[in-house]
Design a protein. Structure first.
Length: 329
């Protein structure tokens, strides 16, 4: 998983040659070519410490990480994409045909050189690791190459990440690509799912929850600053580690036992299966008296659904069905 939670740059000559041959790329302050200005542009976006002015919608975009890719596909932007990379899960069925029309640059992160070879004018990353400076993929490096960038805002929150954050992320991509009406249409559908769950869960008693992402010496869990915390609340649960002042963090298994979760939410991804995670937790001596362990009460969510993107409402519905099967249909 490419998350940036606690878990060769080209020569100047090569970059200059690439920029000169990259008709779609523009520096954040560059003027558009004749006739290129679109209605509603220029658009200025402040994103995770980087301010970018778009003179026109990107025409040669690359998306990296599952949730970034699916946000773009949900807005019907596949024809504006020249590449994608790094999935955690299968693409949602409704976006499969669109995804198959876009070139996959690499299974994980492509090198900076490979990205430049695709001649993008925009790179959208889901995790901070997309723009890893040590790998030569810093946002500054892209800017210097005439390529605009955007980072999913769950990676730089100014407060708790919630449904309003989802709205902002999708609306911002709609603005950047000049398709605000598509963003509103998509948000209407996403909110309809959330509204249905809220109605069905009216008056329900929240279930005390612990998220198990990974870890054997310590437990890597969801804190209070990520979208996972909001998802649990909306699904009729309460995150017992909401006081952890970040999206993810490590806690001891003794702390988990002290807080006595009634259900455990397992994040499903990577090489360790859900069944293996369950076996580990059920056999852990520190957890033997925990209600969730005694009752073997687990819920499962794929990692791709637990981050800021278009899957979040359906994940809330899925979790609500698992926690309150008699209430949510």
């Amino acid at each position: 998983m490419p998350r940036n939670h606690p878990k060769s740059v080209l020569s100047a000559l090569a970059v200059a040659l690439l920029i000169s041959g990259c008709g779609g790329a523009a520096t954040p302050s560059a003027a558009p070519s004749a006739g290129a200005t679109a209605q509603g542009f220029p658009v200025t976006i402040a994103n995770c410490g980087v301010t970018t002015t778009y003179q026109r919608p990107p025409q040669r975009a690359v998306s990296l990480n599952q949730h970034a890719t699916e946000v773009m596909l949900s807005l019907g932007l596949e024809k504006s994409m020249v590449g994608t990379g790094y999935l955690d899960d299968k693409i949602l069925p409704e976006y499969r045909a669109a995804y198959d029309s876009v070139k996959v640059l690499s299974k994980e992160y492509p090198s900076f050189e490979a990205l430049l070879a695709a001649e993008p004018d925009f790179v959208y990353g889901g995790w901070t690791s997309t723009f890893d400076e040590k790998e030569g993929r810093s946002r500054a490096a892209f800017t210097n190459a005439g390529i605009n960038t955007h980072l999913n805002t769950e990676e730089c929150p100014t407060g708790p990440v919630n449904v309003a954050s989802m709205d902002e992320e999708i609306r911002t991509l709609g603005k950047i690509f000049g398709v605000p009406e598509r963003a509103e249409e998509r948000l209407g559908k996403l909110h309809a799912t959330l509204d249905k769950v809220e109605t069905q869960l009216g008056g329900v008693t929240p279930v005390p929850l612990f998220v198990y992402d990974s870890g054997d010496k310590t437990a890597f869990t969801a804190g209070g600053k990520g979208i996972g915390n909001e998802m649990m609340r909306r699904a009729g649960g309460v995150n017992l580690f909401a006081d952890l002042d970040k999206a993810f963090g490590d806690v001891s298994f003794e702390q988990v036992a002290q807080r006595a979760p009634e259900a455990i939410v397992i994040y499903d991804y990577g090489d360790q299966s859900v069944e293996d995670k369950k076996k580990f937790l059920l056999a852990h001596p520190a957890l033997k008296d925990v209600p969730a362990i005694k009752n073997q009460r687990f819920a499962v969510l794929p990692l791709s659904s637990t981050v800021l993107g278009v899957r979040m409402p359906s994940a809330v519905e899925s979790l609500a069905k698992q926690l309150h099967p008699g209430r949510v249909q």
